[in-house]
Design a binder for this molecule. Structure first.
Ligand SMILES: NC(=O)c1ccc[n+]([C@@H]2O[C@H](COP(=O)([O-])OP(=O)(O)OC[C@H]3O[C@@H](n4cnc5c(N)ncnc54)[C@H](O)[C@@H]3O)[C@@H](O)[C@H]2O)c1
Length: 429
């Protein structure tokens, strides 16, 4: 009989994971509170651009995947994996409400012997603290005795061809038995499962990976600004430094940080560290530098317009790329929104182009843009703009047409150089 696994939260993390468990031979129940996602999946449709509907239809056709909003299925499961959001509140503090609501919903259906794993990114102590308490309270069972409890951070890299199956997976358990159970379950889907000493080590490892990224991106963003003053192109510098086969790893500058992880996760540690009387200075400095990048781009845009005797006020500006990174449809925390807000507040008229996001859906923080649609990529449309900013370097964009049609182009991603376009014909920021 195949192992029964419930994946709670069928978003960018949960859905690829569900797919992988089905491929590994498990019987998978996808649980979500969003009925429209559940309906889409049961009809074999994807709602995430880089996951084709055919892949959903394929897993559905195995007869071992179904989606539901009904948590009572948990009572039949061998394992329950939680992949719900862990955002920050408006005061930039950890918001565990999704994790705790999930725990409350599944606890009454938890039975002895089941494994519960948390995958959502969080501070050390969440799994054996808040999550454990909520599960024990709702189930009247004891973690580590009656049911297994573990933490396994998700390392999904949306849009990257490297699949969930081949990315090594860390697993920390509340007890050794919890850890062994989690290793056994994850081995159904993942090639390399790495046991670590505790849930806290696994939680801290995930934060360390993302803090490392945030700090290094801030470093190249700072270097970009300094080298620009010196007349040196930071992209050329990074390419040159990357020839060193040891002790260096390239990170790339950009218009700011985006996505659900890098701008948010480090601040989970910042918050927790305060409890121990500690300040996370690197994290906060990196946040400050990265958050300053949209402002830097806007200064460059104003300079470029000034060069042709135009002002920000009244200029028509096109943002090329709304998603926070190339080739995905995820616009969460995208710096493109910061650029649009800053430019609009100075009187510029803003449009955007993004082949992955034809229309801006509802967002928590940028409601003023809801319903705005991407322009169509035609020479006539492009000629309407005074200036274009490449904010995301999506593939298959005809950058030559952009350069030929818009008077001024500001590139924040080195996309034009990669497309072989002469660097004298555009600005960098
Ligand atoms: N997106 C990434 O690349 C990535 C990478 C690594 C880790 N993570 C972490 O994984 C977690 C999930 O991120 P995501 O990007 O998949 O989020 P997401 O918003 O794409 O998906 C979350 C899903 O959870 C559902 N949900 C919310 N509350 C629920 C509840 N109470 N019960 C059941 N379902 C519920 C939502 O409807 C949604 O479908 C976060 O902690 C994030 O930090 C994300």
């Amino acid at each position: 009989m195949s192992t029964k696994i419930a994946i709670v939260g069928l978003g960018y993390v949960g859905l690829p994971l569900a797919k992988q468990f089905v491929r590994g031979g498990a019987d998978v129940f996808g649980l979500d509170v969003d009925q429209s996602k559940v309906d889409a999946l049961n009809q074999g449709r994807s709602y995430i651009k880089h996951i084709p509907s055919e892949e959903i239809a394929d897993i559905k056709d195995t007869g071992r995947f179904r989606a539901t909003v009904d948590f009572s299925v948990v009572s039949e499961m061998d394992a329950v994996i939680i992949c719900v959001p862990t955002p920050l509140t408006k005061y930039r503090e950890p918001d565990l409400s999704f994790v705790l609501t999930t725990a409350k919903s599944l606890a009454p259906h938890l039975r002895k012997g089941t494994l519960v794993t948390l995958e959502s990114t969080t501070y050390p102590g969440t799994t054996d603290g808040e999550l454990r308490e909520a599960l024990e309270k709702g189930s009247h069972l004891k973690a580590g005795q009656d049911f297994h409890l573990a933490y396994s951070p998700e390392r999904e890299d949306p849009g990257n061809a490297k699949s969930v199956q081949t990315i090594p997976k860390l697993v920390g358990g509340l007890t050794m038995a919890c850890r062994d159970k989690a290793v056994e379950i994850y081995s159904i889907a993942i090639e390399s499962v790495i046991p670590v000493g505790s849930c806290r080590v696994a939680e801290a490892a995930k934060l360390t990976e993302n803090i490392f990224r945030s700090v290094n991106i801030a470093l190249v963003n700072e270097l970009k600004v300094i080298y620009e003053r010196m007349g040196i192109d930071v992209w050329d510098v990074i390419e040159a430094a990357s020839s060193k086969p040891f002790g260096y790893m390239p990170f790339y500058p950009g218009p700011g940080l985006g996505g659900h992880c890098i701008p948010i996760d480090p601040f989970y540690l910042t918050w927790k560290a305060r409890e121990f009387g500690k300040h996370t200075r690197f994290i906060e400095l990196a946040g400050e530098i990265n958050n300053g990048m949209p402002g830097y781009v806007v200064v460059k845009v104003a300079e470029a317009l000034n060069g042709v005797a135009k002002s920000l006020k009244g200029s028509r500006i096109l943002i090329v790329g709304l998603a926070y990174k190339a080739n995905v449809d995820d616009m969460r925390e995208s710096p493109s929104f910061d650029l649009m807000g800053l430019l609009q507040s100075q009187g510029a008229k803003i449009d955007y182009y993004d082949p992955f996001i034809p229309e801006i859906g509802p967002t928590r923080e940028h409601q003023e843009w809801t319903g705005k649609r991407s322009i169509e990529w035609t020479a006539d449309n492009l000629r309407e703009f005074d200036l274009a900013i490449i904010a995301t370097d999506h593939r298959d964009v005809d950058y030559q047409l952009l350069i030929d049609s818009v008077g001024i182009v500001v590139d924040t991603r080195n996309a034009l150089k990669k497309a072989g376009i002469d660097s004298k014909s555009y600005w960098k920021a």
